[in-house]
Structures are given as C-alpha cells and as structure tokens.
Design a protein around this ligand. Structure first.
Ligand SMILES: *[C@@H]1O[C@H](CO)[C@@H](O)[C@H](O)[C@H]1NC(C)=O
Ligand SMILES: *[C@@H]1O[C@H](CO)[C@@H](O)[C@H](O)[C@H]1NC(C)=O
Ligand SMILES: *[C@@H]1O[C@H](CO)[C@@H](O)[C@H](O)[C@H]1NC(C)=O
Ligand SMILES: *[C@@H]1O[C@H](CO)[C@@H](O)[C@H](O)[C@H]1NC(C)=O
Ligand SMILES: *[C@@H]1O[C@H](CO)[C@@H](O)[C@H](O)[C@H]1NC(C)=O
Ligand SMILES: *[C@@H]1O[C@H](CO)[C@@H](O)[C@H](O)[C@H]1NC(C)=O
Length: 755
C-alpha cells in the first residue's frame, strides 16, 4: 500500500516535468519473439542490470526475462538483447513464504499476473503473494519486498549457485564453480560466486557481492548442498566451496512484511562491493529516490540527446525505447577491472562488434562522444594487456569472434571521424596490425569451430596472408575473407592518417582481396557473380539462394546473396563485377522482391541503402522505409530479431534520422527523415538540426526527397561527410513529397578501394 502511494505520487510529480522523455520508453518492447531485450532496471552503461530470471525447461532466457515460466531469482547481472546462449543471471535473491525445507534445490516460484516496469523501476508478483520491486544505481541495486500481511515467515533466499541455464545443447551453458557466503552479526552478508562458460566459452570468473536488509531478521542461516543432496545448515553462518559440486547460500527470515534490501556488486572484492552499495545506495535511502534518480540520469545523459516536435506516440515510443536499449551495454567497469591495473577507462560486455560495427558504434560516437572516447581507449588497453582487441567480450574475456576482427573497423571509424582526446593512436594502430599480421593461438579450441581461434584476432589469417583468400580448411571461410578485407581497409585508413604510407598501400591492396572469392560464373536467380568458397584448385560451387550457415560452414548467419555486398569500401568495383549500375539495381530489387532480405540479422543491414551507390537514392528511401515500418513495432514482439546489444535499435534510429553511416569512412548516405524536425545534441554545444517539409511528419508516406539544403546551401549529392554536419554541428533541410524525383547530380558516394 505505502509503495503504491509513494510511487504514484512520484510519477505524478515527474509527469508534470515537461522533459520526462522516459515516459515514452516501453522497457518490454522487443522482450519477446526473439528480441531478447532486457526489461529490468539499469543505468546507462551500468554494471548492475537488475531483473527477473525466469525458468522454463527448454527455453533459454537470454536476458533473464521470459513472459512465461517461474521465477528462479531476481539477479543483478544480465546482458542486453543477445542471442547465442544466456550469460550471467548472477547475484540473486528470491522471496519465498513459509518453511523452506531444502533452500539450495533450485527453487522456483510461479508468477502472479504480468510484470510491470518503466525506466528505473520493475515490479513483479509471485504466486506466494509477494510483490517484488526493483531499482538500481550503476554498481548496486535495491529490492523492496511486500509480503502478504498475514504471513509471519517471510524469507529471502540467496543461492550463490544461481545462474542462467541454457537448454540449447551446444555446450555453451554456464556453470557454477564455487562460492562463499558469510552472514555477519549485524545481519548483512558478503561473498562471492565463481562461474564459467556461456556464449563466449569463458574460463572461471568471479563476482563479489555485499547485501544489507533494512529490517532485523528473525533468523539468518547459511547452507551448503553437496552433489545436489539436501541442503545442510552450517551453524557458523559462513559457507565456502571451491567446487562446482557444493552449492552455498543463505536464508534470511523476517516477520516484517515490508523488507528492503540493498546489494552492491564488484569484480574486485567484497570490500569494494560494500563500498559500491554504501556510496550509491546508502543506508536509509528511499526506494523511490533511487527510481527518481535513475529517471533523471536517463533523461539527462541519453533521452535529451534527441528531441523532436513529433507528437505521434508510436514514433516517440520507438525513438526513446530504441535509445534506451542501445545504452545498456557495453558496461562501464572503469575501476572495476579484475584483470590489470590501469589508469585507462575499462568497458566490457561487448556482445558483439560483429553485430555493432555496421551502424551502431557510429551512432554511439554521435550521441555519447565522451563515453565513446573512453570505449576506444578501453579497447586499446584490452589489446595492451590481453594481446588482442576483442570482437566480443563478457566476464572480462574476449570472444567469440564470428567473422573478421571488426574492432579494426571501429577504430578506423573513430580515427577518420576525429576521435582523439586521450586516445593513443600509435598504440591503436599497433593493435590493428596485430590483428592483421599475427595469427592467434588456437587455444582454447572452440568445439563449434575447432579449426582456428574464435577467442580474438583473425583465426584464418594463415591463408589470408599466404594466398589472399581463405580455403575451406577454415570454417566460415567466405565470411571471414570478405570481413578481413574490410578490416584491412580499416588499417589503410588509420595508416594513411598516421603518415605510414607504405603500410597504407599494403593494406589498401589487401582490402581488395575479397575479389579473390568472386566467381563471375556462379549464378542464382538470373544473376551472375557471387562471393563463393574456393581452394587452390579454384572456385567451389555453391547455391546462393540457400547457402547461409553457422559456425562450421563457409558463410556465417547469412549467405552469398548477403556477403557479396560486404565490401562497401570497394563498391564501384563491385558494381562493375555485378554488370554495371542497372544490373546492380535489379539485383538489389530482387533481394527485396524475392524475399531474400533478412531483417532479423546484421549481414544485410547495409543493403537497403546501397542504391545510393547506383544513383537511385529514391529506392534507398522507399526500401529502407518499408523495412523500418513493416519490421519494427512497438510492443513486446516489436523487434524483427535479437536486439544484439542494441544493433537493431540503432538501425531503426538511423532510419528516423535520414542518414546511414558507412563505417570506416566519413561517408553518410542520405535517405529521408521521419519527422518535421529532429535535433541531435552532439555535445560541446553543437547540434545537428534536421527538418523536413512536404512529408506526412511521421515517415509513413510522402517520404521521397525532392530537394535538400545542407547548412543553408543547395545539396546535390546523395551523401555527405562527417565534417559537413557532425564535426561542428549542422543543418539539413529536406523537401519531401509523394513521388520519386531525381534531385541528385553530384558525384556518387566514394569507393576508396576501387582505383
Ligand atoms: C570468501 O572469499 C573471500 C575472497 O576470496 C575470502 O577472503 C574469504 O576468506 C572467503 N571466506 C570463506 C569463509 O571462505
Ligand atoms: C562438476 O564438474 C565436473 C567436471 O567438469 C562435472 O563432471 C560435474 O558434472 C560437475 N558437477 C556439477 C554438480 O555440476
Ligand atoms: C502514428 O504513427 C503510426 C506508425 O507510423 C501510424 O500508424 C499512425 O497513424 C500515426 N498516428 C497519427 C495520429 O498520425
Ligand atoms: C565511467 O565510469 C567512471 C568510473 O566510475 C567514471 O569516472 C566515468 O565518468 C564513466 N564514464 C561515463 C561516460 O559515464
Ligand atoms: C598488391 O598486391 C599485388 C598482388 O598481390 C602485388 O603484385 C603488388 O605488388 C601489391 N602492391 C603493393 C603496393 O603492395
Ligand atoms: C539524375 O539527374 C542527373 C542530372 O541531370 C543525371 O546525371 C543522372 O543520370 C540522373 N539519374 C538517374 C538515375 O536518372
């Protein structure tokens, strides 16, 4: 009751503030139907992501949440929108009513009703009649439990062996490896848990925790359970295990019906976990104050970065919900790096660059220039200490690399767009050269792709260096080849900028080697020429209409219809290989008309915009708009596929903005904005203002461009550069209309590798 009054009062107060943009966010958007969005509570880049863990045999709960199943805990650590296999779900509590006979037997409790949540706040009810409310700061969380008023035995279970399971049978399930828990005389508890595996096949990692209750417990008991036998109480109040076979945990029993718990986590020590909670959610903190602070932080640091005059609630929800879900990871773990001492910033939970390099990191730079500089510095510091840049990283461990070493693309993008500050670019370039020249040891061996490393770097480098293509002795050979070419283009960019001219020439040359996989005689649906597998005897026949595959195949999560378009740095040459502009337009049209376009995954992200390279900007507008409006929706099933750390969301945001970045170059392809006005805060007092007239104000119709002014001047190119509108801010004024008009006459977007 009291919680209801307090929160209602608070929300009324916030609604009265004109700029509470968090109102537009639906944290459950994309949480079902394969989107895997995390609907729990977190701060931007926050280390804590506090939310429910649902257990349903056979269903992997990638971000902890499922709309079905039973609660197995409410835990502090999650990923955002990922696929592959669940990671984390660690440091949990679970409220239970009545006598608990066997606390460490992986108890679950049914859900009552539907969970409710908003930015900074989560609420669920269990079948025992307990209401659970959650909020969080960056490195601590707060739980508020309201037990039934007639219940006297109100328990909070802390099971250190709790972790999100996987049922996919791919050997990627996480394991509990040991832990400890000590209950102190003042009623608080401290401990640690060790776990391994998950999607990135990580070795043992340890998280520390420190929990407080604001009420005195009637009893606090520590337990162990050996080999899943019945839990045994340990009277010392302190339990410890270095083995996966002994679960440890505690049960805290209260007679009060409202219990608040504050929990801190740390990657360093229990002491640091206690400091984190004491600093961020000190004793006596009002639950509502944490929620209010979370809303304020999201508004200030994230939502206020993009404003629009649009009043369409569907569009506003998509805009601010997308911004929300793209800022949950990476995690800012600066000062919380268990691997090495460094004064550099530290970010992890990169899941993954293979998903994010195409258009997401470019938007991160635009919206969060300070955080982005820190992220770039962190990447370079990971290379300094772990030997390679990560393509993905969670639990402080690199992996897995799906295709190329795509951090190279991201560093190149940051470099050409002027990210400097405290970035040591000589080291950044050294890290890229490591990717390009030194084959990573194949250790540990990835059972799903045993031929070469998926830990970091470029596993198939030996063929790439000696042959200029990749033979089938390496899995994902075609995907890796076309991505390595793109990575080498990234090295060319940075080498050029740093004045390393012979390196630049060498890598530009290598960036053309994707061409070695181009079989002009491979046909599909009336088109000739595709990137195909090959060995020393020549090209190997494939069936482009159905050659998409997975870890062990020539193509990864896409096929030759997708990967043939990969090397946009060499687009003019690709267009020649495809038979010229007209044939290229036809081929793109075929992708959409014949249902070959896959909006659920990243390899085809760029495709709807590539018409700009063949002077058909109007088709980029209509095709990309059709994808945006038909595949992305409000509501729980609103994403076409896994969010992938916000990759899907950033694709949608660029569609609203009217530009699309070509990562690794300063180029942005111009299509058409959704709204009559949109303003992006670029930091340092700079703004990008985008306006349109003649459209429907919502991007549903009348979206063709008839003219454009950039910074007040008539603009005839279908692309622009970072310097034009981002470096110092700028203004785009579109005139839109119902029919396609040829408004362009300028040079086509650059193809720097095509000379
Ligand atoms: C729990 O782990 C911490 C950190 O390793 C250690 O300092 C402490 O002694 C352990 N406690 C017990 C009871 O084993
Ligand atoms: C503990 O690890 C061993 C060795 O990996 C494994 O065989 C065993 O099943 C594990 N036990 C539990 C309870 O997970
Ligand atoms: C708001 O946008 C949605 C989706 O584009 C559209 O279907 C709806 O008609 C719009 N509502 C209004 C009032 O314009
Ligand atoms: C990242 O965390 C560190 C340590 O708390 C902090 O100093 C820094 O400002 C954070 N970065 C951002 C962008 O918030
Ligand atoms: C580029 O590559 C070709 C073939 O591999 C080679 O003959 C040529 O010398 C290279 N050029 C440079 C500048 O490295
Ligand atoms: C668009 O107009 C320009 C300038 O008149 C012309 O050069 C170009 O070929 C036209 N493009 C198309 C696709 O018709």
């Amino acid at each position: 009751m009291s919680s209801y009054i307090m929160l209602t009062g608070m929300f009324l107060l916030m609604r009265s503030l004109a700029d509470d943009l968090s109102d537009h966010v639906d944290v459950f958007q994309g949480s079902e139907g394969g989107g895997n969005n995390f609907p729990g509570v977190a701060r931007p880049f926050g280390m804590v992501k506090l939310g429910p863990d649902l257990y349903q045999s056979g269903a992997d709960a990638y971000s902890g949440y499922l709309s079905t199943g039973e609660f197995s805990g409410f835990s502090m650590m999650h990923e955002q929108g990922t696929g592959g296999a669940p990671k984390y779900g660690t440091v949990a509590q679970l409220p239970l009513v009545g006598n608990i006979d066997d606390p460490l037997s992986h108890i679950t409790v049914a859900r009552d009703g539907t969970d409710q949540a908003s930015v900074g706040y989560y609420k669920a009810n269990t079948d025992d009649g307990v209401e659970v409310e959650l909020s969080a700061s960056s490195r601590a969380g707060i739980y508020r439990y309201t037990f039934p008023s007639d219940s006297q035995e109100n328990n909070i279970l802390v099971d250190v062996s709790h972790v999100l399971p996987s049922f996919r049978g791919q050997g990627l399930g996480q394991n509990y490896k040991g832990g400890n828990l000590t209950i102190f005389e003042d009623g608080h508890y401290e401990g640690l848990g060790t776990y391994d595996n998950g999607w990135n096949e990580a070795p043992d990692w340890t998280i520390f925790f420190c929990g407080h209750f604001d009420s005195d417990a009637v009893s606090s008991k520590a337990y162990t359970a050996v080999n899943s036998d019945k839990s045994v109480e340990q009277p010392s109040g302190s339990v410890s295990s270095t083995s996966n076979s002994t679960a440890v945990g505690g049960v805290f029993t209260f007679s009060d019906s409202e219990i608040t718990s504050r929990v801190g986590i740390s990657w360093i020590s229990t002491e640091q976990a206690c400091n984190n909670v004491d600093q961020e959610i000190p004793k006596g903190t009002d639950f509502a104050a944490v929620v209010e602070d979370a809303v304020l932080e999201w508004n200030t640091k994230v939502f206020s970065k993009i404003t629009t005059t649009s009043t369409n609630s569907t569009s506003l929800s998509l805009l601010y919900t997308s911004l929300y879900h793209m800022h949950l990871i990476p995690t800012n773990q600066t000062g919380e790096n268990p691997g090495w001492d460094s004064s550099e910033p530290y970010y992890q939970d990169i899941f993954t660059f293979w998903d994010l390099f195409r258009c997401s990191t470019a938007l991160m730079q635009v919206l969060q220039p300070n955080a982005y500089e820190e992220q770039i510095r962190s990447l370079i510091d990971i290379w300094r200490h772990d030997g390679y840049l990560p393509d993905a990283r969670s639990s402080n461990y690199n992996g897995r690399t799906q295709g190329g070493s795509n951090a190279d693309n991201i560093l190149a993008d940051a470099y050409v767009k002027g990210v400097r500050g405290q970035v040591d670019w000589e080291d950044g370039y050294r890290a890229m050269v490591k990717d390009a020249e030194i084959t990573p040891a194949n250790h540990p061996v990835d059972p799903m792709a045993p031929d070469s490393s998926t830990h970091h770097g470029r596993g198939a480098l030996p063929d790439w260096l000696s042959l200029g293509y990749i033979t089938p002795r390496f899995s994902r050979a075609v995907t890796r080849a076309v991505e390595y070419a793109c990575n080498d283009f990234g090295l060319y960019q940075v080498a050029s900028g740093l004045g390393k001219h012979s390196d630049a020439q060498k890598y530009l040359n290598r960036s053309q080697n994707w061409r070695n996989h181009w079989n002009p005689d491979q046909t599909s649906l009336g088109f000739s020429g595709f990137v195909v597998p090959r060995d020393k005897n020549g090209f190997i026949q494939t069936d482009p209409a159905k050659d998409g595959g997975y870890w062990g195949d020539p193509y990864y999560e896409g096929g030759s219809w997708a990967y043939s378009w990969n090397d946009v740095h060499d687009m003019r040459h690709l267009i020649e290989l495809m038979g010229g502009p007209e044939k290229t337009v036809k081929r793109l049209e075929t992708v959409f008309d014949k249902g070959l376009f896959d909006s659920t995954n990243e390899p085809m992200f760029n495709l709807p915009y590539l018409y700009n390279y063949v002077d058909r900007q109007d088709l980029s507008v209509s095709r990309s708009r059709n994808v945006a409006k038909s595949e992305y929706h409000t509501g729980k099933t609103g994403l076409p596929g896994n969010s992938d750390a916000g990759a899907m969301q950033t694709w949608l945001l660029w569609n609203m903005i009217g530009l699309y970045p070509i990562t690794g170059q300063t180029t942005f392809l111009i299509h058409s904005p959704w709204f009559e006005s949109l303003s992006i805060d670029l930091g340092g007092g700079k703004k990008l203002e985008i306006s349109s007239t003649g459209g429907d104000g919502n991007g549903d119709s009348d979206y063709y461009v008839s003219s454009l002014k950039v910074n007040g001047k008539e603009w005839k190119k279908n692309w622009l550069e970072w310097e034009d509108v981002f470096a110092d801010g700028g203004r785009l004024e579109f005139e839109l209309g119902p029919t396609a008009v040829n408004w362009t006459s300028g040079p086509l977007p650059p193809s720097p590798a095509s000379n």
